[in-house]
Design a protein around this ligand. Structure first.
Ligand code: NDP
Ligand code: HSE
Length: 438
C-alpha cells in the first residue's frame, strides 16, 4: 500500500520534533500503522530559518493554505499555534476532507465544539492528544482506558513551564524571570508566556480534560484561572514547614451542584506522588469510581515528548482511515448527542481548604480577632504558625491552614480580616487539595 502523505503546519519546536520522530522511527511506525507515513508538504513563516529537523524532500511553503489545499495530503498536522489562523486553517482542511492532528489546546478549548461538529459532518477525525500534558497519553487513558468509570475528579500539573519555574525557584532559589527565560529557550513556553504563568494554558487543557471526563461541552470561558506570579519564596518555605508543596494545579470535580473547573496554585501534602512531580514533568491524577485513583506522569512540554503524542495520533488516524466514521472513538469521549448540561460552578460555590498568610501587628488579641472572624464564618482551623517580627519590623507573619469551606465564606472572612486595623496589606490565600482516594 502507498504511504499516507501528511502536511505539517509549523516547523518550530513541536513541528520540528514531529518531523524528526516520523523520519527516525519511520520503519517501526509503518509496522504499527499498517502503512508508511511521509511528510510531503510543510509550512513555516521563514524558510531561511535554521530548523531542528531535516526538511530535504519536503515541499516547503510560507503559505499554510497551500498545505491545506494539497490534494495529495490525507492528514494535516496543525502546529502553528494560536486560535485565529489555526482555526481558519483547520476548518478549511476539514472542509477539504482532511483529517486533523493538532497540539493546539487554545484552539480546541475555545473552538473545539464547532470544529468537532464540522469534522463529524465531514466524516473526518480531529485528534489532539498532544494538546494536554505534552507526551502523556492522558486523553486516550480517560477516553478509552477509563471508559467503564464514572470519573469523579481529576487534578493535574498540566503546564510544564510553570512547574519548571516553581521547581527551580524552590530547589535553587532562582529568580522567576530568569527561569522563565530558560523555559522559553528550551521551547517549553507558549508564544505568549503569560499563558503559562497566568494559568491560561493550563485552563485550556483542563477545559478539554473536564469535557472528556464528564461528557460536557467545552466551556473555557467558565474556567477559573489564577497564575503563579504572586507566589513568593516565603510561601513556598512556610508551606514546606507545614508539610505541603505548592503546585500549580488544574482541578475539575463533579459535584451534585455542577462541575468545578479551576486552575490555581495549590498546597498539596508532600507525601502525595503528585507533590513530587518536578521540572517540566506533568502529572494528572484521575479518580474513577471503579478503578480508584490513577496517575499519569511524563514530560509536559518539549519537541520530542510532544511529538510522541502527535505521531501517536497520526498512527491512530492512519489505522482507522478505512473504518466507519460512526464507530470511531467520539472526540469528547461521549457521543455528541449524549453530552450533558451539568453547570460549571462559580468559584464562590467551590469548597476547598486554605492556606492563609498575613502580616499582623505584634499585639495581644490579634490572633483572637482573626480566629473569631473565621469561627463566625464556620471556618475551622487546622494549624497556625506565627513567625516573630524581624528585628527591623513590628509585624509578625501569621500562617493558618483551614479545613474545607465554601469559597464565598472565605471571601467574606478575608474581607473582614483585611479590614482589621491590626492586619496590614492583603491576606495571601492559596487553596489546598488533599487529593486522597475519597
Ligand atoms: P513554535 O513557535 O516553536 O512554532 C510555530 C511554527 O509555526 C513555526 O515554525 C512558525 O514558523 C510557524 N508559523 C507561525 N505562524 C505561521 C504562519 N502565519 N504561516 C506559516 N507558518 C507559521 O511553537 P511550538 O512548536 O512550541 O508550538 C506549536 C503548537 O504546539 C502550539 O499550539 C503550542 O501550544 C503547542 N504545544 C507546544 C508544546 C511545546 O512544548 N512547545 C507542547 C504541547 C503543545 P517560523 O518557524 O518560520 O517562525
Ligand atoms: N507551554 C506549554 C507548557 C507547552 O509549558 O506546558 C505544553 O503544552
Amino acid at each position: 500500500m502507498d504511504p499516507v502523505k501528511v502536511g505539517v503546519l509549523g516547523l518550530g519546536t513541536v513541528g520540528g520534533g514531529t518531523v524528526n520522530v516520523l523520519q527516525r522511527n519511520a520503519e517501526e511506525i509503518a509496522r504499527r500503522a499498517g502503512r508508511g507515513i511521509v511528510v510531503s508538504h510543510a509550512a513555516a513563516r521563514d524558510l531561511n530559518k535554521p530548523r531542528i529537523c531535516d526538511t530535504s524532500g519536503i515541499q516547503l511553503t510560507t503559505d499554510p493554505v497551500d498545505v491545506v489545499n494539497d490534494p495529495d495530503i490525507a492528514i494535516v498536522i496543525e502546529l502553528i499555534g494560536g486560535d485565529k489562523l489555526a482555526y481558519e486553517l483547520v476548518m478549511k482542511a476539514i472542509e477539504n476532507g482532511k483529517h486533523i492532528v493538532t497540539a493546539n489546546k487554545a484552539l480546541i478549548a475555545k473552538h473545539g465544539n464547532e470544529i468537532f461538529s464540522a469534522a463529524q459532518d465531514r466524516g473526518v477525525i480531529v485528534a489532539f492528544e498532544a494538546a494536554v500534558a505534552g507526551g502523556i497519553p492522558v486523553i486516550k487513558a480517560i477516553r478509552e482506558g477509563l471508559a467503564g468509570n464514572q470519573i469523579e475528579w481529576l487534578a493535574g500539573i498540566i503546564n510544564g513551564t510553570g512547574n519548571f519555574i516553581l521547581t527551580e525557584m524552590r530547589d535553587k532559589g532562582r529568580d522567576f524571570d530568569d527561569v522563565l527565560k530558560e523555559a522559553q529557550a528550551l521551547g517549553y513556553a507558549e508564544a505568549d508566556p503569560t499563558f503559562d504563568v497566568e494559568g491560561i494554558d493550563a485552563a485550556h487543557k483542563l477545559t478539554i480534560l473536564a469535557s472528556i471526563a464528564f461528557g460536557i461541552p467545552l466551556q473555557f470561558d467558565a474556567a477559573y484561572t489564577e497564575g503563579i506570579t504572586r507566589i513568593t519564596r516565603e510561601d513556598v518555605t512556610y508551606a514546606e514547614e507545614l508539610g505541603y508543596r505548592i503546585k500549580h494545579l488544574g482541578v475539575t470535580r463533579r459535584t451534585d451542584r455542577g462541575v468545578e473547573l479551576r486552575v490555581h496554585p495549590t498546597l498539596i501534602p508532600e507525601r502525595r506522588l503528585i507533590a513530587n512531580v518536578d521540572g517540566v514533568m506533568n502529572a494528572v491524577l484521575v479518580k474513577g469510581d471503579a478503578v480508584g485513583p490513577t496517575l499519569y506522569y511524563g514530560a509536559g512540554a518539549g519537541d520530542e515528548p510532544t511529538a510522541s503524542a502527535v505521531v501517536a495520533d497520526v498512527v491512530d488516524v492512519v489505522r482507522v482511515l478505512t473504518s466507519d466514521p460512526e464507530n470511531r472513538v467520539p472526540h469528547l469521549a461521549f457521543q455528541p448527542d449524549s453530552l450533558s448540561d451539568l453547570p460549571i460552578l462559580t468559584m464562590s460555590e467551590v469548597e476547598t481548604s486554605y492556606y492563609l498568610r498575613m502580616q499582623a501587628k505584634d499585639e495581644p488579641g490579634v490572633l483572637a480577632d482573626v480566629t473569631r472572624i473565621l469561627g463566625d464564618k464556620g471556618i475551622s482551623i487546622e494549624a497556625i504558625i506565627q513567625k516573630e517580627p524581624a528585628d527591623d519590623s513590628s509585624e509578625a507573619v501569621v500562617i493558618l491552614l483551614t479545613h474545607e469551606v465554601l469559597e464565598q465564606q472565605m471571601d467574606e472572612a478575608i474581607e473582614q480580616i483585611e479590614a482589621l486595623a491590626t492586619i496590614s496589606g492583603h491576606v495571601t490565600r492559596i487553596r489546598m487539595e488533599r487529593l486522597d482516594a475519597s
